[in-house]
Design a protein around this ligand. Structure first.
Ligand code: CU
Length: 177
């Protein structure tokens, strides 16, 4: 009995830090493999994953919502978005649009750059589906990559795209502050 009690006591002590770890408040992390830069071809290839984590009920790109991730590319570079939907529950799409207020409720015609949108903007791509998008970022400015499935952008499913006339290299940074 004494042995059992001390065993159970040990379990209780152990369980405290475990339950804390089950409710993480940590920030999403940027994976350096998400952005590939080809300086010769002036092409930035970005792995854009819808619903990568459970954050915001899956309404996130790469684990970020509400513009907390910023992809910056130099003006006139080619941008390739390798979009995949990792969300087991909801369809998603992606479209590059001007940063406008209020947030669009659904697809915007046309996108900020020709072809800067996935197929099936409105209905989205199902879990496990993918699409590749290629466009030339020929206008400097502040844009967003948002999910055009109705309501998803409004719910915070968007990140930022900056097209910079001064930057020499594409970057991907946390812009949560
Ligand atoms: Cu969505």
């Amino acid at each position: 009995m004494t042995k059992l009690s001390s065993f159970l006591g040990g379990l209780l002590v152990l369980s405290a830090p475990v339950s804390v770890a089950q409710n993480p408040t940590t920030q999403s992390q940027i994976d350096c493999n998400w952005l590939t830069v080809d300086t010769t071809a002036k092409t930035a290839t970005f792995q854009l994953t819808a619903g990568l984590t459970q954050l915001n009920g899956g309404l996130n790109f790469n684990g970020f919502n509400d513009g907390k991730l910023t992809l910056t590319v130099p003006t006139n570079w080619t941008v390739v978005l390798r979009f995949a939907n990792h969300d087991a529950n909801l369809p998603h799409s992606a479209e590059v649009v001007d940063t406008t207020k209020p947030m669009p409720a659904g697809p915007v015609e046309p996108p900020a750059f020709p072809r800067a949108m996935t197929v099936r903007l409105m209905q989205g791509l199902a879990s496990g589906e993918a699409d590749s998008v290629r466009f030339v970022a020929n206008k400097p400015g502040s844009y967003m990559i948002f999910c055009a499935v109705p309501g998803h952008g409004l719910a915070g499913m968007w990140i930022r795209l900056k097209v910079s006339p001064t930057e020499k290299r594409p970057t991907l940074v946390n812009s949560s502050t």
